[in-house]
Design a protein around this ligand. Structure first.
Ligand code: NAD
Length: 260
């Protein structure tokens, strides 16, 4: 089946009208598709990234389709900027219903050769960045007694190890642990905190692996194809929807069966 045909199968719908969402790392890849999907289902989406150019493409795609979105330049590791942007969004729209911590990086290398910077930068963006957003956004959500937080983990760390990714898998396993603990802190306030753990998804991140590695990966995936950003966005949409009210602390794996 062609990618286009697969993508048209993704017709999950949710009523997010009147809701306000923040998506980090929304300038390209999974974050861009997630932002477009939430907007297509009625949410007003604050699209955050440290790269301005790609953000413009995301906003254009959303507004051309009749949705509402705004771009915010923000490095998720900059605590002051994170707090400032979140306050600005909450003040403007009077609430924040959905937070998708999607921004993430890899700095793959075998551990004996890994530099301090390669370790610390991955933890800083993938784990501390999500912490900073959850800390400030959850305060608004607690007051509103409603919220959906979705953390973008990975099967690497959440379900399996990957050579060359000790830093990355540590950050993603940490994200899963943080998701589970925070879900217990906030369930009584009607907030849900979940993670999505993608496997091999067609994206700039996996393009960097090269064609040979991708073909090898495909052979190991029971579904016999790489996932698409649409596959991941559908999982995020479900967890972000009012229908997922009784699911919290969960990690939803989207990997074509690779870790099943
Ligand atoms: P990508 O590299 O295509 O996009 C990541 C986005 O995050 C970029 O727009 C980048 O500018 C932004 N970003 C990076 N550092 C940032 C920072 N400090 N502040 C703000 N924005 C920042 O990656 P992707 O493939 O779309 O992956 C998105 C998420 O999904 C990541 O968390 C990644 O770890 C996770 N993931 C991806 C795959 C995959 O196969 N692509 C698999 C598992 C998990």
């Amino acid at each position: 089946m062609s990618e286009e045909a697969l993508n048209t199968l993704n017709t999950l719908k949710a009523d997010l009208s009147g809701q306000v969402a923040i998506v980090t790392g929304a300038a390209q890849g999974l974050g861009q598709r997630i932002a477009i999907t939430l907007a297509a289902n009625g949410a007003t989406v604050a699209c955050l990234d440290m790269v301005k150019e790609g953000l413009d493409d995301t906003i254009k795609a959303i507004t051309d389709a009749g949705g509402t979105a705004e771009a915010y330049e923000c490095n998720v590791t900059d605590r002051e900027r994170v707090d400032q942007v979140v306050d600005e969004i909450a003040e403007k729209y009077e609430k924040i219903d959905i937070l998708v911590n999607n921004a993430g990086i890899t700095r793959d290398t075998l551990l004996p050769r890994m530099t301090d910077d390669e370790f610390e930068s991955v933890i800083n963006v993938n784990l501390r960045g999500a912490f900073l957003f959850m800390r400030t956004v959850s305060r608004y959500m607690m007051r509103a007694r409603y919220g959906r937080i979705i953390n973008m983990a990975s099967v690497s760390g959440a379900r399996m190890g990957n050579p060359g990714q000790t830093n990355y898998s540590a950050s993603k396993a940490g994200l899963v642990g943080m998701t589970r603990s925070l879900s217990k802190e906030l369930a009584g306030r009607k907030l849900t905190i979940n993670a999505v753990a993608p496997g091999f998804i067609q994206s700039a991140m996996t393009d960097a692996l090269g064609d040979v590695a991708k073909e090898e990966a495909k052979k190991r995936i029971p579904a016999k194809r790489l996932g698409t950003a649409y596959d991941v966005a559908a999982a995020v949409l479900f967890l972000a929807s009012p229908a997922a009210a009784y699911i919290t602390g969960h990690t939803l794996v989207v990997d074509g069966g690779i870790t099943g």
